[in-house]
Design a protein around this ligand. Structure first.
Ligand SMILES: *[C@@H]1O[C@H](CO)[C@@H](O)[C@H](O)[C@H]1NC(C)=O
Ligand SMILES: *[C@@H]1O[C@H](CO)[C@@H](O)[C@H](O)[C@H]1NC(C)=O
Ligand SMILES: *[C@@H]1O[C@H](CO)[C@@H](O)[C@H](O)[C@H]1NC(C)=O
Ligand SMILES: *[C@@H]1O[C@H](CO)[C@@H](O)[C@H](O)[C@H]1NC(C)=O
Ligand SMILES: *[C@@H]1O[C@H](CO)[C@@H](O)[C@H](O)[C@H]1NC(C)=O
Ligand SMILES: *[C@@H]1O[C@H](CO)[C@@H](O)[C@H](O)[C@H]1NC(C)=O
Ligand SMILES: *[C@@H]1O[C@H](CO)[C@@H](O)[C@H](O)[C@H]1NC(C)=O
Ligand SMILES: *[C@@H]1O[C@H](CO)[C@@H](O)[C@H](O)[C@H]1NC(C)=O
Length: 486
């Protein structure tokens, strides 16, 4: 008897585990190049990140300073970077980016290469460092930090002289990338003075020094190398929207590349995903007369950015007191509440998943059910089909639960593949004809529907499609229509 109990209690679980480990998994299929780096994957999963534009413009009611501003005007009475970060936390972001110097040349940290900085301002008697306060506040909340350093500098006398100015710029870049610990993203733009068309920015030097000083940073610019500009400042990605693009075709500051940046390139050889920068207000800097965008407009931006395989970089400008205004804080909370409410309920999770085929069979590790496990690391893979006819279907759905948002996610760690797909309900009604998917595709249907089956047909893809998730959600908000409501 004792032996029997011993057998049941100790040996059965051990033997069971042994048997389990003996049932072999199927090796994953090959990836389709290009692929994201670990840092790019981490960035993509953040989905929404935040920008803070702050500087002398905050005190002069302007967007572009002249460079002639006196540091004496820079006196935020109640500056509290922790309050900025709380606002960011309320929006659910994990990365915050600060304008350390804008086109006016005024530095928010006490750079040793210029006197045009906080060190000459009345704020904290010239002993302050906003970059430091920002970084400390972010770290204290477990957030990562990014920095923007404007190449265009309307104050610095060396500007316009290639070598001296590039040396100056690199000196400042070095300070920013060595004084403040790990920096996750750096933002470069190509803006230039009209009378300095001769000025050459030594981007390759800047990028190389940046990578040397911060090994896992993502560099943003019109041309990557890690993250590209989406080609507009409205927060709208293209449709299709590919992360791959030909980096050799890109140039920083060339306006005729905007549509290419917006859609990417299905044949692109480099993984350079797009970031959608847009401000919560009309301007990038704070202006007393401006208000944050309505919630429905922000949601529309969310669908057109995050919902089209992008990261949304939302700018929130602190005011001249040195605080994020109450109206913006409230809007950020509403925005997060709305997103959480739409996506926390997922009708699909109560159904089952069936597919055209499963790589390695039902127990190979790539079953259709993987799209419903809430884990972005697992995915459905089909067997290779010569005719490219792939589909996956949610079945046994609750036929009375309404939905108007279809969420589809590719396992982008294995490459972005889907070119064209369709969504059908109850086996026959086409409700959406779509292009790319990528990290996340959100289809907002024009009306709410009910169904007991939802099928996704992949019409064209670069190799067999790999899906990590499919979800069905209900968004109670009316769609934003910019032409109706200004
Ligand atoms: C700064 O803001 C944080 C978050 O809103 C708040 O808890 C803290 O009391 C503020 N600090 C000061 C000095 O006002
Ligand atoms: C352009 O050049 C003129 C004279 O060289 C200078 O006074 C002016 O400030 C410059 N403007 C800008 C925008 O850099
Ligand atoms: C631009 O470069 C040309 C040739 O190198 C030079 O003659 C001209 O003075 C420069 N212009 C400015 C504004 O520096
Ligand atoms: C900008 O890009 C377009 C499109 O690729 C190209 O034709 C043009 O030559 C570029 N402009 C410059 C100044 O290089
Ligand atoms: C991008 O590069 C690939 C491979 O060289 C090429 O097939 C494709 O046509 C290029 N895309 C464009 C828009 O030129
Ligand atoms: C800045 O925002 C704070 C609220 O966070 C508010 O108390 C303060 O009055 C605002 N300052 C200005 C100049 O509007
Ligand atoms: C879906 O869109 C493609 C291209 O836009 C078109 O060729 C195709 O006919 C459409 N399919 C349906 C069923 O509307
Ligand atoms: C937006 O409103 C305009 C004007 O009322 C209308 O013509 C258009 O169809 C609307 N668009 C959407 C997507 O509802």
């Amino acid at each position: 008897m004792r032996d029997a109990i011993l057998f049941l209690v100790i040996l059965v679980p051990i033997l069971g585990q042994f048997a389990f480990s003996l049932s072999k998994l199927t090796s994953p299929p090959l990836p389709v190049l290009p692929l994201p780096t670990a840092a790019q994957l981490k960035w993509q999963r953040r989905e929404v990140i935040m920008f803070f534009h702050f500087g002398v413009n905050t005190f002069t009611n302007s967007e572009w300073g002249t460079g002639q501003e006196s540091p004496a005007i820079f006196k935020p009475s109640d500056l509290n970077a922790t309050q900025w970060i709380s606002a960011a936390a309320a929006a659910g972001v994990s990365l915050v980016i600060l304008t350390t110097k804008h086109h006016d040349g005024f530095c928010l940290w006490p750079s040793r290469y210029t006197e045009h900085s906080v060190a000459r301002s009345p704020w904290l008697g010239g002993k302050g460092d906003i970059v430091r306060e920002f970084v400390h506040a972010a770290r204290a909340s477990g957030m990562d930090v990014g920095l923007y350093l404007s190449p265009w500098d309307r104050h610095e006398k060396k500007y316009g002289l290639d070598v001296p100015y590039n040396e100056y710029y690199l000196g400042q870049l070095r300070e920013l990338l060595t004084w403040y610990g790990g920096i996750s993203e750096i933002w470069f733009d190509g803006a230039k003075g009209k009378n300095a068309t001769n000025m050459t920015y030594y981007f390759e030097d800047w990028f190389s020094i940046t990578k040397q000083l911060q090994g896992s940073i993502n560099i943003f610019s019109d041309a990557g190398p890690d993250i590209r500009w989406v080609g507009d400042e409205q927060g709208a990605a293209g449709d299709p929207c590919w992360s791959p693009i030909n980096r050799t075709s890109l140039q920083i500051g060339n306006a005729s590349l905007e549509s290419y940046l917006n859609t990417g390139d299905s044949r692109g050889t480099a993984w350079v995903p797009p970031e959608c920068d847009v401000s919560i207000r009309p301007g990038w800097f704070w202006h007393e007369s401006e208000k944050p965008k309505p919630l429905r407009h922000l949601l529309d931006i969310y669908y057109k950015s995050v919902g089209r395989n992008c990261v949304l970089l939302l700018n929130v400008p602190p005011n001249s007191s040195g605080l994020v205004s109450d109206a913006d804080v409230e809007r950020l909370k509403e925005f997060r509440r709305a997103i959480d409410k739409i996506f926390e309920k997922d009708l699909a999770r109560r159904g089952i998943a069936k597919a055209c085929s499963e790589w390695g069979g039902k127990h190979g590790g790539f079953a259709a059910e993987n799209i419903l496990d809430g884990d972005e690391g697992t995915y459905w893979a089909p067997k290779k089909d010569k005719k490219g006819r792939y589909w996956i279907e949610l079945r046994e759905l609750d036929p009375v639960v309404k939905f108007n948002v279809v969420r589809i996610q590719e396992a982008i760690g294995m490459g972005q593949r889907i070119r064209r797909h369709e969504v059908f309900i109850d086996g026959r009604t086409l409700v959406k004809n779509g292009t790319t998917v990528g990290h996340k595709r959100l289809h907002r249907l024009p009306f709410a529907v009910t169904a007991s089956r939802v099928k996704i047909r992949i019409l064209e893809s670069r190799g067999p499609p790999l899906l990590s998730a499919v979800g069905l959600h209900f968004d109670p908000h009316k769609p934003w229509n910019a032409t109706k409501t200004s």
